[in-house]
Design a protein around this ligand. Structure first.
Ligand code: BGC
Length: 411
C-alpha cells in the first residue's frame, strides 16, 4: 500500500453514542450527571448533536478519506423501558449504518459502550441475575434490525475498564471530579426507591470477568445468527511494564487487568485493542509517570511504543487478529496529536512488518466529545466542534490521517 500498511488494512475513526449524540436522557449516565455531588465536571447535554448531525459527520468522515466508522448504538434509546423497543430508534441506527456503507465506510457497531438504560441500572445493572438475559434480548432485537449493515461487531466496550482502574492509575479514579460513593448513594435514593441496587455503567464490584464474559458470548452468538460478521469485544490494553526487580508484581497486575480478559477473546474473530499509554509497575504497584515524562491532558504518559506493545501482547494471548478499536491523544494541541499518532503508527507498521496480524486502526475520536468525568474540558477530537453552532472544523491531524487512510500520504 502506498501508505505503509498492507492492502486491506482499514484506517478509520471511532465514536461512542453517549459522548457525541447528546440528550441520551433515558440512560444511567444522564441520571448520574444530574445527581448532587455528581462526579462529572459537566453534563453531557447536547454533546455535539451527532444524533441529528450524523449525515454531515458521515460525509465528513468519508470525504476526509477514512475507510471505517465505529459508532455505538444506545441501548436506552432502543429500549427505554424494559421490553419496549423503539422501531424509530432502531431505524435511526439502521439509516446511520446504511449511509456509512453507501459512502464506502465499513461499519464497526458497538452494542454497549458503557451506558445502559436507567431502568437496567435501577434493577441492579450488571449485578442483577437478569442482566445477561436483558442484554441478550436487546442485542437480539438490535442485531436483527441492523442485519446486513454491520461489517464488524463489538459486543462490549472495555468491560475491563473498572479492573484497570482498580489496579491503579486508570481514568476512573484519576479524573473523577466529585465523590463517587456519594453520587451513587444519591442516585440510588433517587432512582431505586431507596433499595441499594442502583448499579450504573461499569461502576460496580463483583465478578465482572464472569458476568461480562457470559454477556459477550451470548451477544456473539446472537449477532452471528443474524449475519456472517466478525465479532469481538474491545479491551483496555494498557502496556504494563515492570520496573526492573518487580516483574512478578507487573505480571500479577497485568494478568488481572488484561490477560484474563484477552483469554476470553480466543473464541472470537478478532480482539479489539484500545491503548493510550503505558504504566510502569514498581514497589508500590502502578506508578505515576516519571517527572519530566511527556503527558497528555489527563496526565497519561505519551509513549508512542505502547500501541504496538499492547497489540503484540493482545495477539500473543488471544491468538486472534487484532483491530485497534481505539487509540488517540487527549490534547487541544493538534501538532502533538499528529506527531504522537504518526510515531505510534510507525511502531505499529514495524510490528506488522515483523508478522503481527493487525486488520485496522480506528482513531479515537472523530469529534470533540464528552470525555466522561472530564466533560468538555479536554478533547481527543480530530475535528473541532463549536458547541453553540455545532460547526465542525477538521484539525490538521484529521486531514493527515484521512490522507493516510486514502493512500494519499504515507508514514
Ligand atoms: C473509552 C472512551 C474514552 C477514551 C478516553 C476509552 O477507554 O472507550 O469512551 O473516551 O477511553 O478516555
Amino acid at each position: 500500500m502506498p501508505n505503509g500498511f498492507p492492502p486491506g488494512f482499514l484506517v478509520g475513526v471511532a465514536t461512542a453514542g453517549h459522548q457525541v449524540e447528546g440528550n441520551n436522557v433515558a440512560s444511567d449516565c444522564w441520571a448520574l450527571e444530574h445527581t448532587p455531588d455528581s462526579v462529572f465536571k459537566h453534563r453531557s447535554g447536547d454533546a455535539v448533536d451527532f444524533y441529528h448531525r450524523w449525515p454531515e459527520d458521515v460525509e465528513l468522515t468519508a470525504s476526509l478519506g477514512f475507510q471505517a466508522l465505529r459508532f455505538s448504538v444506545e441501548w436506552s434509546r432502543i429500549e427505554p423501558e424494559p421490553g419496549e423497543f423503539s422501531t424509530a430508534e432502531l431505524d435511526h441506527y439502521r439509516r446511520l449504518a446504511a449511509t456509512c456503507r453507501e459512502r464506502g465506510l465499513r461499519t464497526f457497531v458497538t452494542f454497549n459502550h458503557w451506558t445502559t438504560p436507567l431502568w437496567f441500572a435501577a434493577e441492579g445493572g450488571w449485578t442483577s441475575p437478569r442482566a445477561v438475559d436483558r442484554f441478550a434480548r436487546y442485542v437480539e432485537v438490535t442485531a436483527a434490525h441492523l442485519a446486513g449493515e454491520i461489517d464488524w461487531a463489538v459486543t462490549l466496550n472495555e468491560p475491563n475498564v473498572a479492573t484497570v482502574a482498580a489496579v491503579g492509575g486508570g481514568g476512573v479514579d484519576g479524573a473523577a471530579a466529585g465523590d463517587l460513593g456519594k453520587a451513587l448513594a444519591h442516585a440510588t435514593r433517587r432512582h431505586s426507591a431507596g433499595a441499594d441496587v442502583f448499579r450504573p455503567m461499569m461502576l460496580w464490584d463483583g465478578d465482572q470477568l464472569g458476568v461480562y464474559t457470559e454477556a459477550h458470548r451470548r451477544a456473539r452468538e446472537i449477532i452471528k445468527s443474524h449475519g456472517d460478521v466478525p465479532v469481538g469485544w474491545s479491551l483496555a490494553c494498557v502496556d504494563y511494564q515492570a520496573v526492573p526487580g518487580f516483574e512478578d508484581r507487573a505480571t500479577a497486575l497485568r494478568d488481572q487487568a488484561v490477560t484474563d480478559w484477552l483469554e476470553v477473546s480466543r473464541d472470537d474473530d478478532f480482539v479489539g485493542v484500545q491503548n493510550y499509554t503505558r504504566r510502569l509497575v514498581g514497589a508500590d504497584g502502578v506508578q505515576k509517570p516519571s517527572p519530566g515524562a511527556p503527558v497528555d491532558e489527563l496526565g497519561w504518559e505519551l509513549y508512542p511504543q505502547s500501541l504496538a506493545n499492547a497489540a503484540r501482547y493482545a495477539a500473543s494471548v488471544s491468538r486472534r487478529p487484532v483491530v485497534i478499536t481505539e487509540h488517540g491523544v487527549c490534547t487541544f494541541d493538534d501538532t502533538l496529536r499528529l506527531a504522537h499518532t504518526r510515531q505510534a503508527l510507525e511502531f505499529l507498521a514495524a510490528a506488522m512488518a515483523d508478522g503481527l496480524d493487525v486488520r485496522g486502526y480506528l482513531h479515537w475520536t472523530l469529534l470533540d466529545e464528552f470525555e466522561w468525568f472530564s466533560g468538555y474540558d479536554v478533547t481527543f477530537g480530530l475535528v473541532e466542534v463549536d458547541r453553540q453552532s455545532f460547526e465542525r472544523k477538521p484539525r490538521p491531524a484529521a486531514t493527515w490521517l484521512g490522507d493516510l487512510a486514502a493512500g494519499r500520504a504515507r508514514l
